[in-house]
Design a protein around this ligand. Structure first.
Ligand code: G6Q
Length: 554
């Protein structure tokens, strides 16, 4: 049970929320530029260094008072107790009656965490050791394929939480890839995903990692079976044990599939899918970048955990980011949050966060089982800069919607082409300034005059070239995109999501919408296979099934 000081309040009915409402009316019409003018120490109050990260929240529509009112809200709701409940393994995932302990996966081995009377840290260490040994055998050529060749290709077959995290991390850590290893990710049940990959792979040098917590997910099991069939077209079934590994909580299903239990890596029901990259779901990461780098990733996350647990709310990066997110979502009524990494290696980061955030906080029932009467989860989206600048930034700069943006970059690149990197970083810095300052009529006018335009031409063009600015951004600059910093970055957002879900009074760690999706397709699949389309469907659905069937055999 949760301690009594965790309050399942409708946040909008709290005293602090009412004060935030009044405060919102005071500052909603103040421009960012005005806020800077009024508060000489604004930057000092709203920016800080934490480990290898520099956070700048000053270009947001808020003041020190906003954050201290949010800190009161968090106190009123019992955030500190809720954090303890999370880290201590209380069953805060109530609808599934589970603990939520991704933080235990990066916890130092000598700090016990007790779940149902058992210290789980030895289990965690044991699985990490197994992953380490397996990857060393692979990299050193002790684990060879069926023709005694070294494994060169790793294919992770999984979906959702069993794909997005490891895929994002492997992409982000490209400079750390072990020489001679190529890693691929297959998720979609659409065979256009796996087919072209199998066509180019050599079965003798390929290892498939079937990553599925349940080992029943339709897409993953279909792809795994396709990979298995492809493999045994080339080699005997006895060789499967050299080329297939499984990551799952379901030993029985792994055995049924024919994977040697020696090659099975466990995790536990207290690890949620979208928080599982730190567990053996990270096996593809370990095989790709080596165990040392994986343990640095864990260490970086663990340091962020400590910061989250220890720093006061006003200096607590994930907590402040959560406050800012709620501020925009519920007071400014923004609907989306853009994640804009100025780093091509973070190409999958916003896609990863889409799941982490939207699956966690896309809820409309509160922790008391009542419908919420306020907005919850934000829509998360984004692309790396500078690409986005040539695409959707137009709307961020001049559209009718306010879109809070997180700008993320690493000061030091992993390459030596500073002529590229300086340009990337100049864009990174320039955009947040431009979004805040905009461009006023006087500067547009003088620019057009310099171009030799007539007053009539200037008058006609001017309204289109004026930028109001006043668009909010948060900036996160790290020294480099190392495994440690990547771990910290991911944990930062994990905790931000936790705090937001807590304030919105929703359960962030279940996903009944995903479960529904897993059930629904099954019935229609039977009808497709038998051609017996049920009358119980609505007209539109029935016709779509028939339409689809009419194309078969054509
Ligand atoms: C994550 C979700 C979901 C899940 C996938 C894969 O939190 O529960 O994205 O990870 O549906 O599930 P399996 O790992 O069981 O195949």
């Amino acid at each position: 049970m949760q301690p009594s000081s965790i309050n399942n309040y409708d946040p909008t009915q709290t005293k602090s929320w009412k004060e935030l409402d009044l405060h919102f009316n005071e500052i909603k019409n103040q421009s960012l530029i005005d806020l800077f003018k009024e508060e000489p120490n604004r930057l000092a109050h709203l920016s800080f260094d934490e480990g290898n990260f520099y956070f700048d929240f000053s270009k947001n529509h808020l003041t020190k008072k906003t954050l201290s009112l949010f800190a009161s809200l968090a106190n009123e709701m019992g955030l500190s107790e809720a954090k303890k409940a999370l880290f201590q393994g209380q069953k805060i995932n109530k609808t599934e009656n589970r603990s939520v302990l991704h933080t235990a996966l990066r916890n130092p081995a000598d700090r016990p965490i007790i779940v149902e009377g058992e210290n789980i840290m030895p289990l965690v260490s044991e699985e990490l050791k197994k992953m380490k040994d397996f990857s060393i055998q692979l990299h050193q050529g002790e684990h060879l394929g069926y023709t005694s060749k070294k494994i060169q290709n790793i294919v992770n077959i999984g979906i959702g939480g069993s794909d997005l995290g490891p895929n994002m991390v492997c992409e982000a850590l490209k400079p750390y890839w072990i020489k001679g290893i190529q890693t691929y990710f297959v998720s979609n049940v659409d065979a256009s995903h796996i087919d072209p990959l199998l066509q180019k792979l050599d079965p003798a040098t390929t290892l498939f990692i079937i990553a599925s917590k349940t080992f029943t997910t339709q897409e993953t099991m279909t792809n795994a079976m396709t990979a298995r069939n492809w493999f045994i077209e080339h080699a005997s079934e006895q060789e499967i044990k050299k080329h297939f590994a499984a990551v799952s909580t379901n030993e029985e299903k792994v055995r049924e599939f024919g994977i040697d239990l020696q090659n099975m890596f466990k995790f536990w029901d207290w690890v949620g899918g979208r928080y599982s990259l730190w567990s053996s779901i990270g096996l593809s990461i370990v095989c790709t970048v080596g165990y040392d780098n994986f343990s640095k990733l864990l260490k970086g996350a663990q340091e962020m955990d400590d910061h989250f647990m220890q720093a006061p709310f006003e200096m607590n990066a994930p907590t402040l980011m959560a406050f800012i997110g709620v501020w925009y979502n519920n007071f400014f009524k923004t609907q989306t949050q853009a994640i804009l990494p100025y780093d091509q290696r973070l190409a999958y980061f916003s896609k990863y966060l889409q799941q982490a955030d939207m699956e966690s906080n896309g809820k409309s029932t509160d922790r008391n089982g009542d419908q919420v009467k306020y907005e919850t989860g934000q829509i998360i989206w984004g692309e790396p800069g500078t690409n986005g600048q040539h695409a959707f930034y137009q709307l961020i700069h001049q559209g009718t919607k306010m879109i809070p943006c997180d700008f993320i970059a690493a000061a030091l690149p992993a390459h030596d082409k500073m002529n590229h990197h300086d340009k990337l970083m100049a864009n990174f810095i320039a955009q947040t300034e431009a979004l805040m300052k905009g461009k006023d009529a006087a500067s547009v006018k003088s620019e057009l005059e310099q171009q030799g335009m007539s007053p009539e031409e200037i008058k006609a063009l001017l309204p289109f070239k004026v930028f109001d600015g006043n668009r909010p951004t948060s900036t996160l600059l790290m020294d480099k995109l190392s495994p440690e910093n990547l771990g910290g970055l991911i944990a930062l957002y994990e905790h931000k999501i936790f705090v937001q879900g807590f304030i919105w009074n929703v359960f962030s760690f279940d996903q009944w919408g995903v479960e529904l999706g897993k059930q629904l397709a099954g019935n229609i699949l039977d009808e497709i296979k038998t051609g017996d389309v049920h009358q119980s469907h609505d007209d539109s659905t029935r016709k779509m099934i028939r339409k689809y069937l009419s194309h078969q055999g054509s």
